[in-house]
Design a protein around this ligand. Structure first.
Ligand code: 3H9
Length: 694
């Protein structure tokens, strides 16, 4: 079946794109549009041409699956130029999403009409590239440099109303997009307006606020630290001040460079990985789903409140349970304040905040959770407490409801066994703040029913999260790997690195915060409590010696004003503390560890390859289905730099042969207890393979 067709009706040619699911502009689409256009132009009976798309959306951009193959003519820019060069008026009729190359095609057309509800934008920057099929040259000519920079460097989507006010759209249509597109075409013909070409506009340099490009570069260097494509977008938009052919040539140069960059490979990898994790192996797409209309949440602390917000913001009714009325009141007040904060920052309107709060009710009685479709427990992280909650839920909640635990490392099978319906039990591990963080680890117990998995996986998408399925083990995917990362940071403290050096090295690698500062923020005592429940053989006591000393001294981190760093009242900026350096020195001496100078490269290598080695074990054990799932967890839950694609993609980028060599060298230096290379790495290294195939 051809992905583009052409029909002529009453003097108008309709070029239809039909390439489900999102009309990505594949080679066939590009070729088809050109052929349809030629046919329409050659037909003397055709006075104007309408370009439209079938299905749920206009065109969502270039076909990203083709990127690795290299550009294949006809190029997208050629299609855009040909549309613009047409001698008969071409009108783009937009609906659904008009993104990236889809918007570039629309800008090549002479006129644009869109159905209400259409979303438009240039998301290329999120893929490490630029709108390189003349988008960076046409948009500033149409809406001005400032507005274009804003759209292109952020990748944000705008509504049809905003697009109309910016001048991107000429008209909005009601329900009958195609009927109104035809009326629009006839108006254009009747008024003899003919063709309009954005490429013919020259931008007046006087219209650009002084210092706009440099200020934008500086601000992006902070807000998008480490990302190359936002800067490249500014360079390309700046080139729109040149005469059109030169601007386009510069855009092409930048496009080819970005497309071949490791950052773009990393960001494209994540685009597909984030979608792949919704496909659960051995779970047919048509697996039944349970209806989720009412959600109960146990525990109205920061986590429970954040989870409540995630559901209520998605239009789902929530009942929040706390045993004590004052704790419940405090929890509800916190949620109210958070919504209030969102209103103040202009993220939502007061009416939306009121609507969301209206969907959340509180209770102190378990009996009021009886008719919930899903109950999520977010209570204290102790097995006995969790089991008690699940026993109660088993007695109270209606049959068929899903019972979920928000545990971050406990055994979900053991929790499930506290009920008479383990098939209804699943782990839903949210990340704090749960109303903001995108990641949801979905922990499948041995007995979790397929329809429970399929329901919560779809639910994750409904509440705006990326749901990644993990198997049961201590810490699942994310926290199990984190143990290696934290261990190496702790060991390097004793071996000679300072907290500040470790944090700076990993910050420079791209992490939002170094591991020591994160520990101070989370509370050092949390880790101490978790280790107390573990067999000592499961962790390296040396790595946490300083942590335990600090906790004994009451230095539990930010919350006590001191931890690895000092903090001034009301300020979270970490201040290095000589007292901590002294403790580190004492602990190293007591353990016979000689202190030496440690390079920043060693810090990054040990912390990151510890993640990779455990990631490979997790993959081989089947705890994670795909290496991409691990990357999605680390980027969305732990702040691993998106432009590096996640730890497993990073290892692929370094090369698995090199990765194996590095881990072997670390084993030779530090022993095989933690540094025995995962068999999967060894195997792939020897076969010349990569994690990408997993
Ligand atoms: C570009 O245009 C470059 C140009 O400037 C030229 C430079 C020279 N290609 O997200 P969903 C697949 S770059 C290929 O779950 P939704 C997706 O993988 C492009 N495939 O649906 C998934 O497959 P599967 C700029 C694509 O309803 C299926 O479609 N454009 C593409 O939640 C459904 O996707 C973008 O970055 C694509 N472009 O969201 C927009 N897009 O079912 C990318 C989607 O096998 N797309 N697929 O997992 C999106 O943001 C969302 O897909 C959209 C729909 C909002 C449209």
């Amino acid at each position: 079946m051809s992905v583009v067709s052409m029909e002529v009706k009453d003097g108008l040619a309709y070029v239809w794109v039909d390439n489900p699911p999102v009309n990505a502009i594949s080679h066939g689409v590009r070729q088809g549009i050109l052929e349809g256009l030629v046919e329409a132009l050659e037909d003397d009976g055709v006075e104007a041409i309408i370009l439209a798309a079938r299905g749920r959306t206009f065109m969502a951009g270039a076909d990203i699956t083709e990127f690795d193959k290299g550009p294949q003519p006809p190029h997208l820019s050629q299609v855009v130029e040909t549309l613009e060069a047409a001698g008969k008026p071409v009108i783009a009729a937009l609906h659904g999403f008009t993104l990236g190359g889809g918007l570039e095609i629309a800008l090549g057309c002479h006129y644009r009409i869109a159905a209400t509800g259409t979303k438009l934008g240039f998301p290329e920057v999120t893929l490490g590239i630029i709108p390189g099929a003349t988008g960076t040259q046409r948009l500033p000519r149409l809406v001005g440099v400032k507005a274009a920079l804003d759209l292109i460097t952020t990748g944000k989507q705008i509504t049809a109303d905003t697009a109309l006010s910016l001048g991107i759209l000429d008209r909005l249509s009601g329900d009958d997009l195609m009927g109104q597109a035809a009326d629009f075409a006839r108006d254009i013909l009747a008024q003899g307006e003919g063709v309009r070409r954005l490429s013919e506009i020259m931008i007046d340099p006087q219209s650009i606020p002084a210092g706009l490009f440099d200020d934008t570069r500086k601000s992006l260097a902070k807000s998008k630290r480490g990302f190359e494509s936002p800067q490249a977008c500014v360079d390309a938009v700046e080139a729109a001040l040149l005469p059109y052919p030169q601007g386009v040539a510069r855009e092409r140069e930048i496009t080819l460079e970005r497309r071949a960059s490791p950052q773009s490979a990393a960001q494209r990898h994540l685009f597909f990985a984030e979608r792949a994790c919704g496909h659960i192996p051995n779970l047919p797409k048509d697996t039944a789903k349970r209806l989720i209309k009412k959600v109960g949440i146990i525990g109205a602390g920061t986590m429970g409140g954040g989870i409540a917000m995630a559901f209520s913001s998605a239009g789902i009714d929530v009942t929040l349970l706390e045993i004590a009325q004052d704790a419940l009141d405090a929890g509800l007040a916190r949620v109210g304040n958070n919504y209030g904060g969102n209103v103040k920052r202009g993220r939502i309107t007061q009416a939306q905040a009121d609507e969301c709060m209206g969907r959340i009710s509180g209770t102190t009685e378990y009996a009021n959770l009886a008719d919930m479709d899903l109950v999520i427990e977010a209570v204290f992280e102790k097995m006995e407490v969790k089991k008690q909650v699940f026993e109660t839920l088993d007695d109270v909640v209606k049959p068929g409801a899903i019972l979920a635990t928000n545990t971050s490392y406990l055994d979900v099978n053991e929790i499930a066994a506290a009920t008479k319906r383990p098939e209804d039990v699943v782990g839903l591990h949210f990340f704090s703040p749960a109303n903001v963080m995108k990641l949801l680890e979905i922990v499948r117990g041995d007995k979790t029913a397929p329809d429970v998995l399929s329901t919560v996986s779809a639910l994750a998408k409904r509440i705006g999260k990326v749901g990644v399925v993990a198997g049961v083990c201590f810490g699942f995917i994310g926290n199990r790997m984190l143990q290696g990362y934290a261990r190496e940071a702790g060991l390097m403290l004793l071996e000679g690195a300072s907290p500040g050096q470790i944090d700076q090295a990993l910050y420079d690698f791209g992490m939002p915060m170094g591991p020591i500062a994160v520990t101070d923020m989370a509370g050092i005592d949390i880790g101490t409590m978790i280790r107390q429940a573990l067999d000592p053989s499961a962790y390296d006591a040396n790595a946490f010696a300083v942590h335990d000393r600090l906790v004994e001294m009451g230095r539990k981190g930010q919350k006590t004003g001191a931890g690895f760093y000092r903090y001034e009242v009301g300020n979270r900026t970490p201040i290095p503390d000589l007292a901590v350096d002294a403790i580190i020195g004492q602990e190293a001496e007591a353990r016979g560890i000689a202190r030496r100078s440690i390079s920043d490269d060693e810090i990054v290598q040990r912390c990151i390859f510890a993640l990779v080695n455990i990631g490979a074990q997790i993959l081989e054990e089947g705890i994670a289905y795909r290496s991409g799932d691990i990357d999605v967890v680390y980027v969305n839950g732990y702040g691993f730099p998106r432009y590096r694609g996640g730890p497993m993609h990073y290892a692929d980028h370094v090369g698995l042969a090199k990765t194996f060599e590095i881990i072997c060298a670390l084993r030779d230096q530090h022993g095989g207890r933690w540094w025995t290379p995962a068999p999967l790495i060894e195997r792939l290294a020897k076969q010349g393979g990569s994690f990408h195939s997993f």
